[in-house]
Write a protein that binds this ligand. Sequence first.
Ligand code: SF4
Length: 103
Amino acid sequence: MDPEDRKCCCRSAETAQRDARDLERRIVTVTIDTEHCVICNACESICPEVFSCREDGAVLTATAAEHFTAKRDMIEKAVVHCCVEVISVRYADGTTTDPSARS
Ligand code: SF4
């Protein structure tokens, strides 16, 4: 076998594994407990495509779901930086960032 062919196959396998992992970690829902939001604006500063702060608390933007894949890292960063931990994410594999939902 040509070494280049093997290299190409290995890359394809790695790419397929990475794609599968990405599919499992695809964000399907983002939830904000707006009632307990302290309106610090951190989430909107980190990812304005997904989060919007209003007078009564943070909400998802009208087009938030369109950015769940491309902005996954920023959404996860907002989850971590929310000082009152009211943002949670659910992934396609069923896992969630919400500690109360884990069993
Ligand atoms: S980071 Fe958390 S507390 Fe701050 S505005 Fe966003 S949801 Fe509210």
